[in-house]
Ligand binder design. Structure first.
Ligand SMILES: Cc1cc2nc3c(=O)[nH]c(=O)nc-3n(C[C@H](O)[C@H](O)[C@H](O)COP(=O)(O)O)c2cc1C
Length: 199
């Protein structure tokens, strides 16, 4: 694996920060230097050997994460890259990859659809493909070695009124902390070899 890795993340309410830090700690265990920074603080990424980009779903992947990948797509297409996404609502599908990009799901996050033959509007909205395809299409040269979906956190009192309405009506999520540290660290561990193979 490269000797210097950047974990760059976006957040709305703050809970993705600890997810990024846990991934950074896992990646850093074999003497690799890992910098974990909020996307706003990141400058030149060409100093790194690999980059992990993360952020929550906020009506699609957090726009700072998408903008970051778009802005740096030239450099990111030349190095090993992985994405992680925190979420509250994911529909279970049999897909293991999207546009040839392998996906990993926290085992507690995906919910089986009520009728697998005919997904409801909400279930279709929450498929990994519906969330991820627009990002992969906007930045076709960047091919992540893996994209992980992890459970996130919802605290209604941290949200403004419109955000609260969206989460209640469209996402239908219940409040709580659904971060699964075991799944997060397992993915971080698997990423060490996946990034090294691509380097
Ligand atoms: C306005 C808003 C929109 C959201 N949209 C989605 C969504 O489309 N799908 C989903 O699974 N979760 C959605 N969520 C849940 C967030 O992804 C989840 O709460 C995440 O853990 C927040 O991370 P943060 O604390 O780092 O901001 C949304 C949350 C908010 C506030």
């Amino acid at each position: 694996m490269g000797s210097k890795i950047l974990v760059a993340y976006a957040t709305l309410s703050g809970s993705t920060t600890q997810v990024a830090q846990a991934i950074g700690e896992t990646l850093g265990q074999e003497g690799t230097q890992v910098d974990v920074h909020q996307i706003k603080e990141v400058g030149d990424i060409s100093l790194y050997d690999a980059v992990v980009v993360g952020g929550p779903l906020i009506m699609g992947w957090h726009r700072e994460a998408v903008r970051f990948v778009k802005k740096h797509q030239g450099v990111l297409s030349q190095m090993p890259v992985a994405y992680f996404i925190t979420a509250l609502n994911l529909t279970q599908t049999s897909q293991e990859s999207i546009h040839e990009v392998p996906i990993y799901c926290d085992p507690y996050l995906p919910k089986p659809p009520q009728n697998p033959g005919k997904l409801s509007l909400r279930e279709r909205y929450a498929t990994p493909s519906n969330y991820l395809s627009p990002v992969l299409k906007k930045t076709p040269k960047v091919k992540p070695v893996s994209v992980a979906f992890f459970g996130g956190t919802l605290v209604y009192t941290e949200l403004n009124f419109l955000h609260m309405l969206f989460v209640m009506l469209i996402i239908g999520a219940r409040p709580g902390d659904f971060r699964d540290w075991e799944a997060i660290r397992a993915w971080g561990t698997s990423l060490r070899s996946a990034l090294a193979e691509k380097a």
